[in-house]
Design a protein around this ligand. Structure first.
Ligand code: SIN
Length: 567
């Protein structure tokens, strides 16, 4: 199942670099971690594409935080817990909501410019929120603004070396601890390299590319999560994949997102006959938690035998739409849809992986020396279904906590008192034609046989392990993944980014389908046609680790009672 060459990166004789902290990934979580670490710690920030090309850039809606006078951490906590359908870790949620406002203020001090109304932060509302508490920037370009501010600050941090086009091949472990990673850089000065680190932080995002239809960029292939699994770290909650209800119904990869904030401003989901899709489905109607809306849409589409529905924003004043959603309007217009006049064709698309590397409240994984943050991590704040706009928030809050925890852990794990040992990490400048090649690889279009495996996996997961699942479908997905893994092995024995990405997706797909098959109930984003109701005995979180023989060990962990965290 796991490709032989990935089981143990052959690191003998590799050129080596030593740093205090290796951060993998350059979205909000990775950039924030690098920035918040003390300036005396040398940090290597490795990112597989360009610094500003992570999934963060695509985030539209905003950052949920308690900033309004009529709001409270208790209310944000309650909304997050409700959306999470009984599986949130209450203490992790308490941390998230009580440290959120400070995280937004930190971003403002770094120069992030959020939208204002009447001289105060403008706040919008999205599904599952009981209050307007979501800050946004550029109308619907919040992720891009956050990424801009953080990337600018990281570029001028003297202790941070940025290695672009540098791929995480595998983690390195010694004596049951993570001690570094094998990285592979593209370009003339590139190739494999061993990086020894006092701490490794995985901020490498989710795995939306497991699905044929996703809002995630081509880069979202779960590299950090799969590497953590191979290294022996515990993963959790992998069966919970959030499908965003309203991606623009286009045959594109990724699918453009139509922010939930549009429904927050009054847009309504309609079917082909004009009927309101969410009427009578949930008391909050179009602003029900995301999983409820996605299921409501899937049911209506099945009933009508159609592959999309519509978002009607024509009731929102045109000037308001132009001000709040310039990016969405531009994308719709490019596709020939005029949202001030036409209903927008929409359908669900894979959007966010609630599961990932199991961590404590300071981002520590089960493997000493290894930390995870952002979508790669599973802190327990999202439970079975993430509350809208809690993801940028999670990246910011938990990055700051990791950065506070690491300095105490690094001495003794990192040999140096200030001067990095080994060679400095060689930084290749991408020539323009190389950049064009990189973006072709990122979008697929390299080796056709590897692309073929990737495409088949994505279709299989969409059909068998997507919005609506069943025992038979999940069994077919698991069998298909075994077949595709064998096919990948036979295509080529050599490595290379395209192949590593597909191998990572296959490994996560195998663990995900296993946990989804076990969970014989419907809860949050996990819906089973053969077990359509939640089952109290399943108010448990599932964990998975890899055995040395490559098999998967599964287990469960209890979810603490909510009262314990509120005291
Ligand atoms: C959206 O704007 O609808 C997406 C925000 C999120 O995923 O939290």
């Amino acid at each position: 199942m796991i490709p032989r060459w990935l089981l143990e990166a052959d690191r003998r004789g590799l050129p080596a670099t030593e740093v205090a902290v290796l951060v993998v990934g350059s979205g909000v979580a990775g950039l924030s971690t690098a920035l918040e670490l003390p300036p005396e710690l040398p940090v290597l920030l490795a990112t597989k594409a360009r610094l500003a090309s992570s999934a963060t850039r695509y985030a539209q809606g905003g950052i949920a935080a308690v900033l309004a006078a009529d709001d409270s951490p208790g209310d944000h906590w309650a909304d997050t817990m409700t959306a999470g359908a009984g599986l949130c870790d209450p203490e992790a949620v308490r941390v998230l909501v009580s440290e959120g406002a400070a995280a937004v203020r930190r971003l403002q001090r770094l120069g992030a410019s959020f939208d204002l109304e009447g001289g105060r932060l403008a706040l919008t509302i999205e599904g599952g929120h009981s209050r307007r508490r979501i800050v946004h920037a550029g109308g619907d370009a919040t992720g891009a603004e956050v990424e801009r501010a953080l990337a600018g600050a990281v570029r001028s941090a003297p202790n941070v070396t940025i290695a672009e086009r540098t791929f995480l091949v595998d983690l390195v472990t010694e004596g049951g601890e993570a001690t570094g990673a094998v990285l592979w850089s593209a370009g003339d000065a590139g190739g494999p390299r061993l990086v020894r680190a006092g701490a490794v932080v995985l901020a490498s995002g989710g795995a939306g590319q497991l699905y044929a239809s996703t809002t995630n960029p081509a880069l979202s292939t779960g590299d950090g999560i799969a590497a953590a699994l191979r290294a022996g770290a515990t993963l959790a909650d992998l069966e919970f994949v959030q499908f965003h209800p309203t991606a623009l119904h286009l045959d594109s990869d990724p699918r453009p997102l139509i922010s939930e904030a549009m429904r927050g401003e009054g847009a309504v989901l309609r079917d082909q006959r004009g009927a309101e899709v969410m009427a009578g489905v949930h008391p909050r109607g179009d602003l029900a938690p995301r999983d409820v809306v996605t299921r409501g849409m899937a049911a209506r589409m099945a009933e009508l035998g159609v592959d999309h529905l519509f978002l009607d924003a024509t009731g929102v004043p045109a000037a308001r739409l132009e001000l709040r959603f310039p990016t969405i309007l531009a994308r719709c217009r490019a596709a020939g849809v005029e949202p001030t006049r036409d209903w927008i064709p929409v359908s669900p698309a894979a959007h966010y992986l609630m599961g990932g590397v199991l961590t404590d409240l300071d981002g520590r994984s089960s493997l000493p020396g290894l930390y995870a943050v952002g979508e790669a991590a599973c802190t327990g704040v999202h439970g079975a279904n993430r509350l809208a706009s809690n993801s940028l928030l999670e990246g910011l809050v938990f990055a700051a906590r990791i950065a506070r925890a690491i300095p105490a852990a690094v001495p003794g794990r990192w040999s140096d008192a200030g001067t990095p040992a080994g060679e400095p990490f060689p930084l290749a400048q991408a020539a323009p034609d190389q950049r064009a090649r990189d973006s072709r690889v990122a979008a697929g279009g390299g080796d056709r046989r590897i692309d073929g495996v990737r495409g088949q996996l994505r279709r299989l997961m969409t059909g068998r392990a997507g919005v609506l699942r069943s025992h038979d479908g999940l069994a077919a997905a698991a069998a298909g993944i075994i077949g595709l893994s064998g096919r990948l092995e036979s295509v080529t024995a050599a490595g290379g980014r395209e192949r590593w990405e597909v191998a990572n997706l296959l490994q996560i797909g195998a663990a995900l389908t296993r946990l989804a098959a076990n969970r014989e109930e419907s809860r949050g984003a996990h819906s089973r046609s053969d077990h359509p109701e939640p089952v109290e005995a399943w108010r448990l979180r599932q964990v998975v680790t890899r055995r040395p023989d490559g098999g998967l060990d599964q287990g469960t962990i209890e979810v603490p009672a909510p009262e314990e965290a509120r005291r």
